[in-house]
Write a protein that binds this ligand. Structure first.
Ligand code: ADP
Ligand code: ZN
Ligand code: ZN
Length: 736
């Protein structure tokens, strides 16, 4: 290649921290406009889809460069803000740019498929229809439909919601030549939103604050469950739409229910594009493309929706901003909330974080004045906050983990025509199978963990690696037949309740009972509003609205009170408040019963008497004293291997790559504050047959941590020990 010609510097989806030089395809000249474009290239014996990261002189001027094969698109898929934000993410996670680009693309586009067509089917009136409309019989379905279409095209989705039997009416209109079916971009449909309830004073203040921000401004909307946060989002989105802009709404995995989407559709009156893991690859790519073209105006999605292109962005909302599902736990370990804030800043639009139990990070930011703190202290409408009762069960007999008092309370709730929810954060029949004679217990061969008992005691399953086997009849150690499931999981509680409450439905909701698509929503729907009992794990903390739920019983939280994880207290407090918040959301008052062996535990006491904010103040003070986030910044280097010694050997070598923090022969003062802890075995030292260890880095100053990582990582990649392990870096890890 002549030196005057420019090479494509391509980011490939490979775990290598570098770009690859290629000649442009088909003798085309490379130009700056190619940056951000997808490109198909030969790589060894394979073909890969990469993204042009830069155009410039080849690294090795004498090398004979291979030519790229083709551009799948006419233009760059990544440009402007999204390109800049993704480069930021690669730098922040210290991950290869090619892997970040691949993560940001929907699977179909990652594989090189063409950007899909994004027109939607809609109906509109013809000239004849406009004049002939008056001749249709008053009140008839064709007349109703024609009146709707008078003011603009309607998408078929919106018609499904708005008018029963519209299809036959549409056929009747089409036969007369009054209406026609057309493919249009979603943005051309007539909005048909409804107005919501009159905002109360706190809501009005929040709505006005967000409306007054046209540039980047982060808000923390801190409001108890049912205080009308969603109403605030809807009003802010409606305003964003009225200004012709796009809105992106992130919701936790469990929060994206058909009920919630229907509420958004009905209120906003424009197509609401959902993005979640339940969609086909084709559907996901379509939504991504519609957003890229600026046609999708409202996108509601889970974690990976944070990569949605927003050429006409106006607003980003993150509902339940504290939710753990926003953190990606493998591959590129991004936090969707944090990345959304970066995008909002680059896009220069307001970002609205909402929660009834804000993360300590966000509360800290609000206290520091970095976020504007908006509060909705009361429930909206008529609903009252639930009353909370702590039930001391020391020395009391339990049946399947439930005390007699609690069962009595459930009976009362059900007899009064209400519903009860029993929350236990452990699925399966029992957490462990033990031998009553010798103390043996069933352990997973591939993990450092006990097997969970399932199917009423007949099966054993490992919740960490998925291993399954039937339960032994006799103890493998002493041959005794006295094998007993210990403790109670949701299955066992369900069985006990079904026996006692045979007159009403008892429905279990956990990952076991909701494996199939839509199963969760179907279970909720069947359950309906009749008297009955729900049993389940944290899947119950959010999701479908339950207006008839009057009693929430929380059992078996005691392990959470004594966990070594520094975030355990925060997680437990959030879970308790979220589950409790499900009670009494409508007119019926709600009650929460907390069954525990540790009624005097400070976390419970503070939470019950002072509420979440008192708990958070306490916890923040403790984090500050102990030097944990948000007062320190962490990064975790993890390694795993089949060979028991390889992870520690790699991490010990990696540790050597850090001090003495030299760059270009100069000793960097900036990295003095970085502390290395370990390497140590992981909290679960063996999982799925892999031995695991970790090295923790912490620093009071974020910048120093990143300088240290930047300096050391090239050497870490090159370590011979690195080839014997699977390793990863997690910046801002959620689990240590
Ligand atoms: P959150 O998102 O904080 O849980 P929602 O926005 O879902 O709260 O509101 C809870 C319930 O209160 C919903 O049924 C909603 O329609 C109703 N609601 C919200 N704001 C008002 C208001 N200003 N007046 C009357 N009802 C309201
Ligand atoms: Zn035994
Ligand atoms: Zn296992």
């Amino acid at each position: 290649m002549p030196a005057s010609e420019l090479a494509l510097k391509i980011a490939l989806p490979l775990p290598l921290p570098r770009l690859f030089d290629y000649r442009p395809p088909a003798a085309l000249a490379a130009g700056q406009e190619d940056v951000g474009r997808r490109v198909r290239v030969p790589f060894g014996s394979r073909e890969l889809i990469g993204v042009v990261a830069a155009v410039g002189a080849a690294d090795d001027p004498d090398a004979e460069l291979k030519a790229a094969l083709a551009y799948p698109d006419d233009a760059a898929l990544f440009h402007g803000e999204l390109l800049a934000s993704l480069r930021w993410l690669a730098a922040y996670t210290h991950a290869p740019l090619g892997e970040v680009f691949a993560t940001a693309l929907p699977a179909a586009l990652r594989r090189g498929e063409a950007l899909p067509d994004t027109h939607v089917w809609a109906w509109r009136l013809s000239e004849a229809g406009l004049t002939g409309l008056a001749g249709l019989r008053n009140g008839s379905r064709p007349r109703l439909l024609a009146e709707r279409l008078q003011h603009g095209s309607w998408g078929e989705d919106a018609l499904d919601d708005a008018q029963e039997g519209w299809r036959s009416a549409a056929r009747a209109l089409a036969q007369r030549g009054y209406a026609e079916r057309v493919a249009v971009p979603a943005s051309q449909l007539a909005p048909a939103g409804r107005t919501g309830p009159e905002p109360n004073a706190a809501q009005a203040e929040a709505i006005a604050a967000v409306a007054a921000a046209d540039d980047f401004a982060p808000f923390l909307l801190d409001g108890v469950t049912g205080s009308g946060k969603t109403e605030v989002y809807l009003q802010a989105i409606a305003r964003c739409l009225a200004r012709g802009k796009q809105a992106l709404v992130l919701v936790p995995e469990i929060g994206l229910t058909p009920q919630m989407l229907a509420r958004f559709r009905a209120r906003l009156g424009v197509p609401v594009h959902a993005l979640h893991s339940g969609l086909s690859d084709g559907e996901r790519a379509r939504t991504w493309a519609a957003a890229w073209r600026g046609e999708a105006r409202v996108i509601v999605g889970t974690r990976s929706a944070v990569f949605t292109p927003l050429p006409e962005a106006g607003l980003i909302v993150i509902d339940e901003e504290h939710d753990a599902s926003y953190k990606q736990q493998d591959g590129i370990r991004y936090h969707a909330r944090d990345f959304a804030l970066v995008r909002g800043k680059t896009l220069d639009v307001p970002v609205l974080l909402g929660s009834a139990t804000p993360s300590l990070e966000s509360l800290h930011n609000a206290r520091q004045g970095r976020y504007r703190h908006l509060r909705l202290p009361q429930r909206a409408g008529e609903a009252k906050p639930p009353s909370v009762r702590v039930l001391d069960i020391r020395k009391r007999p339990l049946e399947a983990g439930l005390s007699a008092e609690l069962r009595g309370a459930i009976r009362q709730a059900v007899d009064a025509g209400g519903q009860a929810l029993v929350f236990k954060n452990r699925r399966g029949y029992a957490p462990v199978l033990i031998c009553h004679d010798c103390g043996w217990s069933a352990h997973c061969k591939r993990c450092d963990a006990p097997m969970t008992v399932h199917a009423g005691g007949r099966r054993l399953q490992c919740h960490h690696c998925g291993a399954r086997q039937s339960a032994p009849n006799a103890c493998p150690d002493c041959a005794s037949l006295a094998l007993q499931p210990q403790g109670a999981g949701t299955e066992r509680i369900e069985a006990a309740l079904a026996e006692q409450f045979a007159d009403v439905p008892v429905v279990r909701i956990d990952r076991g009972s909701t494996r199939r698509k839509d199963a969760l929503e179907k279970l909720f729907e069947e359950f309906g509003e009749q008297p009955g009992v729900l049993v389940g794990t944290q899947m119950l903390a959010k999701g479908h609205d339950l207006p008839n739920l009057t009693l929430v019983a929380v059992v078996g939280i005691d392990e959470g009170l004594f966990s070594a994880d520094f975030r355990a207290g925060e997680k437990l407090a959030q879970l308790l408040i979220q589950v409790a918040g499900r009670a009494g959301r409508a007119e019926k008052p709600g009650e929460v019963w907390l069954q525990t062996h540790h009624p005097e535990h400070p976390l419970l006491q503070t939470l019950i008497h002072g509420g979440y904010h008192a708990f958070a103040e306490n916890e923040l003070a403790q984090r500050e004293a102990a030097g944990f986030p948000p007062f320190a910044h962490l990064a975790l280097l993890r390694a795993e291997a089949k060979h028991a010694d390889a992870p520690m050997a790699f991490l010990n070598a990696a540790r050597q790559a850090f001090p003495p923090f030299e760059k270009g022969g100069e000793r960097l003062v900036a990295t003095r504050g970085v502390r290395l802890q370990g390497p140590l075995p992981a909290p679960m030292p063996k999982r799925a047959g892999m031995h695991r260890a970790q090295l923790l880095l912490s620093a009071p100053n974020r910048r120093e941590l990143h300088v240290a990582l930047e300096t050391a990582l090239p050497a870490v990649y090159a370590l011979p020990e690195a080839r014997k392990v699977r390793w990863s870096l997690d910046v801002d890890p959620m689990d240590l």
